[in-house]
Design a protein around this ligand. Sequence first.
Ligand code: ZN
Length: 180
Amino acid sequence: MLDKIKKYSDRWAVVFLVFGCVACGGAQGQSQSLGAFGTQVNQFVADASSHGVSVDTSNLVVQVGDLSSASTTTVVNGVTETTTNVDVGQCDFTEAGPTVTISATAIQSFGPESLEALVYHELGHCLLKLEHNSNLSADGTPASLMYPTGVDGQTYLKNRAAYLDELFSQPQNTAFVGGG
Ligand SMILES: [Zn+2]
């Protein structure tokens, strides 16, 4: 008789565990929103982990949006040239949580390596709280993924391991309030 009761209670325990897991997944999914960037974010989390860094993506939002652009006009030898610089990425800390915005222009015109470099740069701001780093390597390429204007896809692909070592070894600036 005692054996029978024990078996029943075991079964209930299993049912409760299943319920517990469902509730857990639902609560986590409520605020996180990665849009089309789940692959890059999951890769970032894995790369962080392999460098011994744990990042909290539970409230992370990654979205596509319009970002500001600025045009500068110069006259060279009587020829007027207009250069338009479009912001391709932005990190803001909102009530919802750390929010990365990637411009539609970047998605349309960037190759996969450039897009990953851009998303990693913005996650560097939003998850690692890193500021920009303007240092250059001896060969003239950016020393960090946090270079103000980012790193182009080819340079990133060639030096990816070194860039990740640099990115995940920097101290976080808890006072960082967001930026592009
Ligand atoms: Zn930036």
